[in-house]
Design a protein around this ligand. Structure first.
Ligand code: NAD
Length: 439
């Protein structure tokens, strides 16, 4: 099938590459000319395991190309996926201007008489597809046949290719028989449950799923605070809870809280959606509030190990909002850095993939920080190491050797990465999350 994608960010790029991989012909329009040039040269613009190889293979096979102009692809495609951003507005609601602009452009450029399905993959509030249908009918000429469907995306950065290729489920919010047939054919290569529903239901599913996952994280973080007070171990509490099939072990990891481009904004948007209808969505307010307190709790842990922060040097291991991605949007590291900078702390930082993005996204903050390639270099002369991203290779750090180059042997493990190793036995003052605190 000939398929279009609008927006070559994390979701659009993975969608396009994976749909090409299963045999469809993909044309991707992206406003950022630099991205288009790189991608057409087979250079991946995001870090995502396995993506570069698939990108290059499918470009070579002639199934995938990128352009700056919608006109280059619009009338060749039966379905067009919208994968543009839906960032939060000041009031927490979702900014749909990129979606609106893309739909208006598609309508303006579409030939008459040819059926076209616009599939919204971006995360949008309930009612968006219906609103887009109105936009289409008020801008389309009488002979354009353009339908809107909702197909929310659930991939996780870091394992996005795998998530896309082997999804837990596919949600198709589509109203016409023609649209349903088209999407079923398009997703035929994917063997997973497919829920065919209306667009409102599809839109609620996405926000509800993300809000529920974020709730699990804040819940375990709340429990972890109690564990610290009563000398219990939150990792074991989570393990004990997780074996219960009704609960499950995922998303029960206490730490510095969630970040990234999805959970914070989707929670705020879902809260806004509920409140706008006069409903009690206060539960989500609490989820957000628990999460917002996390960086300050980590700051307190650093203070508990090294004393007053003024003039201290703190080493950040990790800048990405989670492991295996270069994404730093809403990264807890940036939040902690902002707090520490108020205390006149010197911050040395490293990340295997995300340093460049961090410097670009948090420019003024980053200018006051020092960046290094390796963890070892970063830790030199520091008063405390803070584990901020759960990169697997940080587990292999030789802390015995590192002790000799740090100014003070102290580690705050904001991701509970060192559950197996006992850094205290190596002579470190150590603070994890939700565990007995240093005596
Ligand atoms: P992103 O910012 O990485 O990518 C969006 C891309 O769209 C950018 O490259 C931008 O230049 C481009 N763009 C904007 N307007 C355009 C237009 N009119 N024509 C062509 N290109 C245009 O965003 P993302 O992380 O890929 O997220 C996209 C959507 O998917 C959001 O709604 C997000 O909530 C949702 N989502 C994201 C994830 C994730 O893990 N990142 C997972 C599931 C859903």
């Amino acid at each position: 099938m000939n398929i279009g994608v609008v927006g070559a960010g994390y979701v659009g790029l993975v969608t396009a590459v994976c749909l090409a991989e299963v045999g469809h012909n993909l044309k991707v329009v992206e406003v950022n000319a630099e991205k288009v040039e790189k991608l057409n040269n087979g250079e991946c613009t995001i870090y995502e395991a396995g993506l570069t190889e698939l990108l290059q293979n499918n470009i070579q096979a002639g199934r995938l190309n990128f352009t700056n102009h919608l006109t280059d692809m619009i009338n060749d495609c039966e379905a067009i996926f919208l994968c543009v951003g839906t960032p939060p507005k000041e009031d927490g609601s979702a900014d749909l201007s990129q979606i609106e602009a893309a739909v208006k452009e598609i309508v303006a450029q579409s030939n008459e008489g040819q059926y076209k399905l616009i599939v919204v993959k971006s995360t949008v509030p309930v009612g968006t597809a219906d609103w887009l249908k109105e936009i289409v009918s008020s801008h389309a000429t009488g002979r354009q046949v353009i339908e809107i469907a909702s197909n929310p995306e659930f991939l996780r950065e870091g394992v996005a290719v795998n998530d896309f290729m082997e999804p837990d489920r596919i949600i198709l919010g589509v109203s016409s028989i023609e649209g349903k047939r088209l999407l079923e054919k398009l997703y035929e290569p994917f063997a997973c449950p497919k829920i065919i529903t209306d667009s409102n239901t599809a839109e609620v599913i996405k926000y509800a799923a993300n809000s529920f996952l974020a709730t699990k994280i804040s819940f375990i973080n709340m429990v972890s605070d109690l564990c610290e007070e009563v000398a219990a171990d939150v990792s074991q509490v989570a393990e004990g809870m997780g074996y219960d099939k009704r609960i499950g072990p995922e998303f029960l990891k206490a730490g510095i809280g969630f970040g990234g481009s999805c959970f914070p904004k989707d929670l705020s948007a879902f809260l806004h959606v509920g409140q706008a209808r006069g409903l009690n969505f206060g539960l989500l307010e609490q989820v957000i509030s628990v999460n917002e307190e996390r960086p300050a709790r980590i700051q307190k842990k650093i203070e508990s190990l090294v004393g007053p922060l003024k003039g201290k040097t703190i080493a950040f291991l990790g800048l990405a909002f989670k492991a295996n991605t270069d994404d730093v949007r809403e990264s807890p590291s940036a939040k902690l850095a902002a707090l520490l900078k108020k205390e006149d702390v010197t911050i040395r930082a490293t990340d295997p993939m995300a340093s460049a993005n961090f410097k670009a996204m948090y420019a003024p903050l980053a200018q006051s920080m020092d960046f290094f390639e390796s963890a070892e270099e970063t830790l030199k002369g520091s008063d405390c190491a803070v584990i901020l991203t759960d990169w697997e290779h940080y587990k292999a750090i030789d802390w015995n050797k590192i002790k000799t180059i740090m100014n003070r042997a102290a580690v705050v493990d904001a991701r509970n990465l060192y559950t197996e190793q006992n850094l205290r036995q190596l002579g470190y003052s150590y603070a994890g999350v939700g565990k007995e605190l240093e005596k």
